[in-house]
Design a protein around this ligand. Sequence first.
Ligand SMILES: Nc1ncnc2c1ncn2[C@@H]1O[C@H](COP(=O)(O)OP(=O)(O)OP(=O)(O)O)[C@@H](O)[C@H]1O
Length: 154
Amino acid sequence: SLMYLNEATLLNNVRVRYSKEKIYTFVANILIAVNPYYDIPKLYSPETIQKYRGRSLGTLPPHVYAIADKAYRDMRVLKMSQSIIVSGESGAGKTENTKFVLRYLTSSYGTGQDIDERIVEANPLLEAFGNAKTVRNNNSSRFGKFVEIHFNEK
Ligand SMILES: Nc1ncnc2c1ncn2[C@@H]1O[C@H](COP(=O)(O)OP(=O)(O)OP(=O)(O)O)[C@@H](O)[C@H]1O
């Protein structure tokens, strides 16, 4: 809803929001995330997960949970698999945000069975083998990230 949308106004808007601890910003259905490098209280709490469940994009403040929820709902409505592409430079927060998406999906729409926990818990194992400390990131995987939500008739 910026009056003038260009790189400068967008950057300024993201900066002003970040100064108020609002690390997420929507540009249409693209989510911009700024890595705060510290834990923002309650940003990813179970209560926040519950709040985003089933809510349309834009009705609540920008959040990676809103993206996860939209992808899940689109998969159900369109009966088509959905992809969430996470891009950014090394250390931007791709791995962390991908994990938040996985945690959101398993806790909001999971089966409640062992498999949910196993999906989330597989990550540290993959990171132990695949990640390395670099000058830009203590836990770098140096890959692009994406989450695929597969539609299954059953
Ligand atoms: N939303 C967040 N809140 C708090 N800290 C964060 C957040 N996102 C990222 N970080 C911090 O930044 C570090 C780097 O983030 P992350 O590993 O997700 O980057 P990346 O984009 O996946 O990097 P690479 O491309 O090198 O794998 C994390 O280890 C974590 O400490």
